[in-house]
Ligand binder design. Sequence first.
Ligand code: SF4
Length: 302
Amino acid sequence: MEATLKKIFAVVTDPYTSIVQWKEQSQKKVVGCMPMHLPEELVHAAGLQPVIFWRSNESITLGHSHVYSFNCGLTRSIVDDAVKGKLTFLDGMIFYDICLQGRELPFLINRNARPAFLEVMFIPGMVVGPVYKDFFMENLERLKTSLEGFSGQKITDDALKKSIGLYNKHRDLLRDLYDLRRKNPGILKTREMVAIVQSGMLMPKEEHCQLLETLLNDLKQRKALPDKKPRVVLVGCLCQTPHFDILDLIEEEGAVVVDDDIYVGSRYLARDVELDGNPIEALAKRYLRRIPPCPTKVDWVT
Ligand code: SF4
C-alpha cells in the first residue's frame, strides 16, 4: 500500500522524470493534452501516449514574458515550462478552445517551443442541440486524421473501441475507490485521492489500472476514521490540481473529505463512453452529456 502510494506521489511531484523514464521503456511518442475535455482515447488508439498537462510547482519566471500574470496557474505554467525547454520530451501537444486563456496557448507554443506535432481542436462551447454534435464529430474526425498522419498508424473502429474499453475500465476502478472513501471516511487522505487521480492522467492507463487494483485490495487493511468528524465535499472546477498543503489544512482543522466535485477528481471519472455503434459519435456524446455541468460549456437548459 505505502509502496504504491509512494510511486503515485513520485509521478505527480515530478511528472517530467516519470514520463521520460516511461517513454524510454515503451519507445512510444508522448502527446500533452489540454484538460478537461480532449478525448484521450483517440490519442491512445493511434499508438501514442496521452498525458494531461499539469501545473508545475516552480515559480513562473520566463513565462511571464508571454502570458499575463493574471492568467490561471495552469496556462502560465504550461507556457513557462515550454519556454524554459522543460517540455521537449513531449512529441506532440493538443490544445483546444476551452477558454480565452487556453486559446492563446497554441499560438505561444507554436512561436516559442513548437513540438513535432501541434494540433488545435475546436470543441463546441454550446452543448444543447444536434448541430453541436455534428460540429464536434467533424472536429474529432479531423483530429483522428491528423493523429494517424503523425503516428503512421490507422485508427480503426476496433482499435478505438479497445482504447475506449480501457478508459472505461480505468474510470470504473476510480469510481470503486470513490465509493470506498464515501463508505469509509478518511480511509484515504485528500491529497492521496487527488494524487491517485492525477497520476492516472500522467501514467499509461494499462499500468495505472494495475495500480488501482492493488490499491483497492490493499485498502482493506486500512481503517476509516472515527465517524465523528465533519464531512466535507471538495468543490471547484479548475483544470489544475489543488495544492496539497491546502488540502492538508482541511484535515488539520478536523474535517474529513468524503467526496469531491473537481476536475482532478470525480469529474475526470464521470461518464463512460458507449461501446456500441460509431465510436467517434460515442466520444462526442460523452462530452455533450450535461451532467456534471461545466462552466466551460454553455447549457441554458440545465
Ligand atoms: S478553464 Fe480556467 S483553469 Fe482551465 S485553462 Fe481556462 S482559465 Fe485556466
